[in-house]
Design a protein around this ligand. Structure first.
Ligand SMILES: Cc1cc2nc3c(=O)[nH]c(=O)nc-3n(C[C@H](O)[C@H](O)[C@H](O)COP(=O)(O)OP(=O)(O)OC[C@H]3O[C@@H](n4cnc5c(N)ncnc54)[C@H](O)[C@@H]3O)c2cc1C
Length: 505
């Protein structure tokens, strides 16, 4: 361990922890990151199967355009020179189709192109489409991450207290066509909350980021992590991997450090970025009121997924994946309903982020052969196989094999017979996500940010102890990055830090 006293300990090396650590270190703090996995990066880590690199938790993002939040933040932190953004395509889009209908739609990553396409496919809904897109844009313009002219503090105060309206109510009051309702509510798949539980503002923050551009990154999420690691090393941040923090030590209402393997590491600030439900159990007993601990322990998870990572020997066989993410959805607001029934019929997504590794054209390199198939999944599907941490039964392996071939069949039915040539290399289920992400019900985006559930704030009642990560502010690459920014700003001064970041732009 370094001889210099540690100011701040960050628990977790996902994008929120890396962001908070980089900001604190840039401002002269001595920072230690502790990560339980052997590799840093959290959900942004890559793994390789059959020589093909796959991303777990990063397929595409907004925010990387000129003057947009991730680019501005990463420029401020010195991370940007290590990033090569790959626009999905100048004319890229999410492609939507319905299993039992001829309707097909390109939802472009541009307000104007999306508007024109929506008008042409749903001419009977022109007025509602205009109202919806304007509403999303107007709401996003009240969020400082999308309108860099705004100060931080009023947004954070209102964000946690705002009485938002339900997404289903907002859409159904202006849109009557069930297929269009499904298309417009589909971004809820990117934050894992069913449309009837989701708030319009949270929805707008995700939908807007894609209507203003969508990118991959050369080298995927791992390239983002690697660029952060270089900057952190340059700023003297120590990272210890393969070490699980077992206790956050508190004395007299002030955090005093952490305990790992019965050894204490003192620090006057500790930031926890893991799943919030585990947080109360880590902190010295009696530090929080039972009401707070129970509320946090019982937070409901986001929806889970079943994911197949496969190989397509001839990427040219599905050329649409060069410039689009392919969605099949059902009409109405039921994208995340009846997940245990979803197998083989409901919502699914097919994407090939590896193709963005080489100028987005289908070529011969290994990454371009990777294909990822995803469908929403419920904890109930795998709960009965759950023996213990990373322990799997033969019955589970059989279930996974069957679920994999069902998903490939579903892809073939939706996107063409060429999908039958996808060779599955790995699969992730709610059990996988429980064990890899620490989500009790395998939720892929941490706890739900819905209309009814408490949102954990960065600052806790214990002095020097903070929460961050997708479970606190928002999910996704942008949301988790913003939570790291907000938490570090709570320590260094909210508006001063925000001013330094946005003035970089
Ligand atoms: C399948 C999937 C697909 C996704 N696709 C996209 C996408 O296309 N675009 C997008 O923007 N977002 C996507 N996301 C979401 C995005 O990956 C996450 O929102 C984001 O990476 C979360 O970052 P985080 O720092 O909050 O959490 P994490 O990345 O989960 O990091 C938390 C870290 O804390 C560590 N930790 C927890 N407890 C302890 C402890 N006690 N001691 C030590 N370490 C601890 C964990 O090991 C972990 O590394 C996807 C997620 C998944 C799972």
């Amino acid at each position: 361990m370094s001889q210099t006293k540690t100011d701040a300990i960050v628990i977790g090396s996902g994008i929120s922890g890396l962001t908070a650590a980089a900001l604190l270190a840039k401002n002269g703090r001595k920072v230690l990151i502790v990560e339980q996995n052997r590799q840093p990066g959290g959900a942004l880590r890559r793994f390789t199967r059959g020589g093909i690199p796959f991303d777990i938790g990063f397929h595409y993002t907004g925010g990387l355009g000129q003057g947009q939040i991730l680019k501005v933040l990463w420029e401020h932190l010195g991370v940007w020179p290590g990033i090569t953004p790959r626009p999905i395509h100048p004319d890229g889009y999410d492609f939507f189709k319905f299993p039992d209908s001829k309707t097909e739609l390109k939802s472009f990553y541009s307000y104007e192109k999306a508007r024109a396409q929506l008008h042409s496919v749903f001419p009977h809904e022109v007025s509602g489409i205009n109202q919806y897109l304007d509403m999303i844009n107007n709401l996003a313009m009240k969020i400082p991450f999308f309108n860099l002219d705004l100060p931080f503090s009023p947004f954070l105060r209102d964000f946690f207290s705002a009485s938002d309206q339900p997404l289903t109510k907002a859409i159904s009051s202006i849109i009557k066509d069930p297929e269009l309702q499904a298309v417009l509510s589909a971004p809820s798949l990117l934050y894992g909350v069913a449309p009837d539980q989701a708030g319009l503002t949270m929805h707008a923050s995700v939908a807007h980021s894609y209507y203003t551009g969508a990118w991959g990154v050369q080298g995927g999420g791992q390239a983002i992590v690697d660029s952060f690691l270089k900057v952190l090393a340059d700023n003297g941040v120590e990272i210890r991997t393969g070490q699980r923090v077992e206790q956050i030590d508190v004395s007299d209402g002030q955090v005093t450090g952490i305990t790992i393997d019965d050894r204490k590491i003192p620090a006057s600030q500790v930031i926890y970025t893991g799943h919030p439900v585990h947080f109360p159990g880590l902190v010295t007993p009696g530090s929080f009121r039972p009401a707070f601990s129970n509320r946090v322990k019982n937070l409901e998870d986001t929806s889970s997924m079943f994911v197949v990572f496969g190989k397509l020997a001839e990427p040219a066989a599905i050329p649409a994946l060069n410039h689009a993410n392919l969605y099949s959805i059902t009409p109405g607001f039921g994208l995340l309903d009846d997940l245990s029934e979803a197998r083989g019929s409901g919502t699914m997504l097919m994407t090939a982020p590896g193709r963005r590794d080489q100028d987005s054209s289908a070529g011969s390199n290994k990454a371009a052969q990777g294909v990822i198939l995803m469908r929403p999944a419920s904890w109930a599907e795998t709960a009965h196989f759950s023996d213990g941490y990373k322990q799997r039964s033969k019955d589970y392996q059989q279930w996974k094999t069957d679920a994999t071939s069902d998903l490939i069949d579903q892809a073939a039915a939706n996107f063409g017979e060429a999908c039958q040539n996808i060779k599955p290399l790995a699969a992730g289920s709610p059990l996988t996500f429980r064990d890899e992400l620490g989500s009790p019900a395998g939720g892929v985006y941490g706890v739900q940010h819905n209309l009814h559930q408490y949102v954990a704030r960065a600052r806790t009642k214990v002095q020097g102890l903070y929460l961050s990560g997708q479970g606190s502010l928002m999910a996704g690459l942008i949301g988790a990055s913003m939570s790291g920014l907000v938490t570090a700003s709570e320590i260094m001064g909210l508006d001063e830090t925000w001013n330094r970041v946005r003035n970089c732009h």
